[in-house]
Design a protein around this ligand. Structure first.
Ligand SMILES: CC(=O)N[C@H]1[C@@H](OP(=O)(O)OP(=O)(O)OC[C@H]2O[C@@H](n3ccc(=O)[nH]c3=O)[C@H](O)[C@@H]2O)O[C@H](CO)[C@@H](O)[C@@H]1O[C@H](C)C(=O)N[C@@H](C)C(=O)N[C@H](CCC(=O)O)C(=O)O
Ligand SMILES: Nc1ncnc2c1ncn2[C@@H]1O[C@H](COP(=O)(O)OP(=O)(O)OP(=O)(O)O)[C@@H](O)[C@H]1O
Length: 502
């Protein structure tokens, strides 16, 4: 691309060296730089991209975007100084890739829990109705069926703009993006023109990063405050009427608001809900009529997720069409995924890693599993320590027996993490096993006939981060091998040591 067209996107403080005519690519990671490219130096949480200027030049970068001009500059290279290189990267990426978001209809889904589920439901319904769609989220990037790995829930602006460009090239018209609070605050979404913003819920999480719930709420609000500034476009904010943060988001958005809920008044309201072990039925009340909905998704939390998805699509598809597709939708991998069904016990893997999610999942299981609930509950190292006792409290409150363990311990001692969880326990039917594999084995070993084992926290995730290393680890595989060892090879159960606490 012509360099002058590219640099026009920036607010430039100073240029040192002569500007090359064109560049072939943009990078913010020196390890990915190729010949005749532009390298943007980002000051990160771990390292400062300015330290990799020499490495980038060695690999062929001809333009370096900096916040701080180096004292010594390489004569053959052009240095461009800007105030904020994160913003510069977003502008450069959007310009380089031809502002792809303006060619797509983009739905952004934010909230503490449910982003992946709601995004998956929306994507799936649109596909069933023949749309060419794209999805970017925690589990993967999906470009009209072509799957790519995703580093973050919300990827950095360069990756995102490149992916949106690839979507346009592949004929995609409609995109769903999971929008994390980290992504909003770190400007990863700058330059993305959302058509619709969806809010699932706001409960305690990420306070290591945001400090207070107020800050966390405000950051999520960025998605809604940025909608509706351009009244030539009909934009939509989809808000959860049963979550009090929605009042604030309604105030700050200029977009048309559509609400959904179960308890409070809402534009789309579910009632007569019938929870079944393997599906859910409810009556949907809308301003235009009442409809019966049947879904293979289970639990009250998934009724909210379904309502959010229906509302988000209500400007594109008729409600009967959406409801017809919902019948065929299954949850994303690692969400309420049943690995073993009453043989002799039931084993379920789920991604619940917040107090609210753990409470809601266990609440659902309690309705159907009248024998013991054994939970494996883990949390990450070095992050939000305040949430640990609260997770421990709800886990013990709603389970008969809990194994506290770890989930990406990073470099924190394992017993510090598990003790933090155990601090909140409301009864003594628990044990702490820092090693996640051993924790899962123990839970499966303890399960007797008719019991249910919930393995929460990692869902689809196939790695465990210990220290700086990402080690292959998949809850589902570990759980199945434990089940084979304890329940298939020996065909005997050892559940008697658990006392019932519910
Ligand atoms: C704490 C945090 O948010 N970190 C994010 C941040 O990384 P960072 O600041 O540590 O980056 P860094 O390693 O210091 O590198 C700084 C710069 O130097 C460059 N570099 C680095 C090394 C090198 O050799 N050469 C080089 O050029 C890097 O490419 C980068 O441009 O910027 C990266 C690019 O956007 C993110 O991938 C990374 O997410 C990490 C992996 C992470 O775990 N983040 C979590 C907290 C997060 O963002 N989670 C949310 C979901 C939350 C939810 O559950 O709702 C998400 O959206 O994923
Ligand atoms: N609407 C909801 N309210 C509360 N809990 C939910 C809701 N939807 C899903 N959950 C629970 O949260 C877990 C994670 O769901 P999901 O992956 O959809 O959320 P997410 O917001 O994408 O999570 P993350 O940001 O960590 O990727 C599920 O496995 C389930 O236990």
């Amino acid at each position: 691309m012509r360099t002058h067209s590219l640099l026009r996107a920036l607010s430039i403080r100073k240029i040192v060296g002569s500007v090359p005519n064109s560049v072939d690519s943009i990078h913010c990671d020196s390890r990915e730089v190729i010949e005749n490219s532009l390298f943007v130096c980002i000051k990160g949480y771990t390292v400062d991209g300015h330290c990799y200027i020499d490495a980038a030049i060695e690999k062929g970068a001809t333009i370096i975007i900096v916040e701080e001009m180096p004292e010594e500059v390489e004569g053959s290279v052009c240095y461009v100084q800007v105030n904020n290189s994160v913003k510069a990267l977003a502008h450069l990426a959007s310009t380089f890739y031809g502002h792809p978001s303006s060619k797509l209809s983009i739905i952004g889904v934010t909230g503490t829990n449910g982003k992946t589920t709601v995004s998956t439901i929306i994507n799936n319904i649109l596909r069933q109705e023949g749309y060419k769609t794209g999805l970017c989220g925690t589990i993967e990037i999906d470009i009209n069926g072509k799957k790519l790995p995703s580093k973050n829930t919300t990827n950095d602006s360069l990756t995102l703009q490149r992916v949106l460009h690839d979507m346009v090239e592949n004929g995609v018209t409609d995109v769903v993006l999971e929008v994390s609070s980290h992504g909003l605050l770190q400007g990863r979404l700058s330059g993305v023109d959302f058509q619709t913003g969806v809010f699932t819920n706001l409960t305690r999480d990420h306070l290591d990063y945001h400090g207070t719930m107020e800050n966390y709420k405000n950051v999520k609000g960025l998605l809604f405050s940025q909608l509706g500034q351009d009244f030539t476009k009909q934009k939509m904010a989809v808000l959860n009427a049963d979550d009090e943060a929605s009042t604030y988001y309604e105030q700050i958005t200029g977009a048309n608001v559509i609400t959904y809920g179960i308890k409070n008044d809402a534009d789309l309201k579910a009632n007569n809900i019938q929870y079944k072990m393997d599906h859910t039925l409810f009556r949907l009340n809308t301003p235009n009529g009442t409809y019966d909905v049947v879904s293979p998704l289970v639990g009250e939390f998934n009724v909210y997720n379904l309502l959010a998805a229906i509302a988000a699509l209500s400007d594109k598809l008729s409600i009967p069409t959406i409801i017809k597709s919902i019948k065929n939708i299954h949850p994303p991998i690692g969400r309420m995924q049943k690995l073993v069904d009453q043989d002799p016990c039931t084993i379920i893997v789920d991604y619940a890693h917040t107090e609210d999610a753990i409470k809601k999942v266990l609440h659902h299981l309690k309705m159907f599993y009248k024998r013991k609930i054994i939970s494996v509950i883990g949390t990450g190292g070095n992050r939000d320590k305040g949430k640990r006792p609260r997770m421990g409290e709800v886990a013990t409150e709603h389970s008969d027996y809990v194994i506290f363990t770890t989930n990406n311990p990073l470099d924190e001692p394992l017993d510090e993490i598990t003790n933090g969880l155990a601090e909140g326990a409301v009864h003594d039917q628990y044990e702490c096993i820092g090693d996640r594999r051993m924790a899962i084995y123990r839970a499966v070993q303890l399960a007797g006939e008719g019991d249910v084992v919930l393995i929460a926290g990692k869902g689809h995730d196939k790695f465990q981060i210990i220290g700086n290393n990402s080690i292959p680890f998949y809850d589902s595989e570990v759980a199945v091998s434990a089940w084979v060892q304890y329940h298939q090879l020996h065909k005997k159960s050892s559940s008697s040591i658990i006392t019932k606490t519910r």
